[in-house]
Design a protein around this ligand. Structure first.
Ligand SMILES: CC(C)(COP(=O)(O)OP(=O)(O)OC[C@H]1O[C@@H](n2cnc3c(N)ncnc32)[C@H](O)[C@@H]1OP(=O)(O)O)[C@@H](O)C(=O)NCCC(=O)NCCS
Length: 181
C-alpha cells in the first residue's frame, strides 16, 4: 500500500464508494443505502454538503478511495455526528484509526472559514463491533454511555455504546493520517 492520506470526498469517487458497499453487504448496510452508481452519487452529495455542515473525506490508498470518514453537522449546536467505514480489503491496517484521528482533530481544532469549527463530535457503535470502539478511543473519543438494546438485528436486541469528543478534550497521541484538504 502506498502512502495513504485523507482528502475531500468527490462525486467521482462514486465507483469506489459503491465497491465498498458491495464488498460487505452485512456491516455496510447500516452505513446508508448505496446499491448502484446513482445512489452512490446521492450518498456522496449528502455527506459532502458543507452548506448543511456535513464534511465527507475519502481515505485514499493505492490511489483510490478505500473508505469514508464523515461528519454530519448540526451547525446550530456546533455538533457533529461522526462515522467511518473502510473497504474490507483494507481493514486491519489501522487506516480507520489514523483517518478518524485526522478528521476528528481537524473538525475540533479548525477555526478557518469553511473548516470544521465543531465543539463536540459524537458517535455510537454496536457493542458487537469492537473495532469501531477501538477506532473511537484511538481518535480521542470518550465512552459516555450505553443505549440499551437499541437495535433489533437478526432477531436479537443489541446495545449501542455512545462516545463523544469535545474541542476541550485532549488531542490523542495516535498518529493521524496526512490530510490534503
Ligand atoms: C470498523 C472499521 C471502520 C474498522 O476499520 P479498520 O481500518 O479495519 O480499523 P483499524 O485497522 O484502524 O483497527 C482499529 C482497532 O480495532 C481493532 N480491531 C480490529 N478488528 C477487531 C476485532 N474483531 N475485535 C476487536 N478489535 C478489533 C484493531 O486491533 C485496532 O485496535 P488498536 O488501535 O488498539 O490496535 C471497519 O471494520 C468497517 O468499515 N466496518 C464496517 C462499517 C462500520 O462498522 N463502521 C463503524 C460504524 S459505528
Amino acid at each position: 500500500m502506498n502512502s495513504p492520506f485523507l482528502r475531500r470526498l468527490r462525486v467521482d469517487d462514486a465507483t469506489a464508494v459503491l465497491a465498498g458497499f458491495q464488498a460487505d453487504s452485512t456491516d455496510m448496510s447500516r452505513q446508508g443505502e448505496v446499491t448502484d452508481l446513482d445512489s452512490a452519487r446521492q450518498y456522496i452529495t449528502f455527506v459532502t454538503d458543507t452548506a448543511e455542515g456535513n464534511h465527507g473525506f475519502a481515505v485514499v490508498a493505492d490511489d483510490d478511495c478505500v473508505g469514508v470518514i464523515g461528519i454530519n453537522g448540526a451547525t446550530q449546536h456546533r455538533l457533529g455526528w461522526f462515522f467511518y467505514w473502510i473497504h474490507p480489503e483494507f481493514r486491519g491496517l489501522r487506516l480507520g484509526s489514523a483517518a478518524a484521528s485526522a478528521a476528528a482533530n481537524w473538525a475540533l481544532t479548525s477555526r478557518e472559514a469553511g473548516d470544521g469549527g465543531f465543539e463536540r463530535l459524537e458517535l455510537g457503535h454496536r457493542v458487537n463491533n469492537p473495532a469501531s470502539g477501538a477506532i473511537a478511543r484511538s481518535a480521542g473519543f470518550i465512552h459516555e454511555g450505553t443505549e440499551r438494546r437499541k437495535f433489533l438485528i437478526d432477531g436479537e436486541r443489541i446495545d449501542v455504546l455512545t462516545y463523544g469528543r469535545l474541542s476541550t478534550d485532549p488531542v490523542p497521541a495516535s498518529t493521524p493520517l496526512r490530510m490534503e484538504v
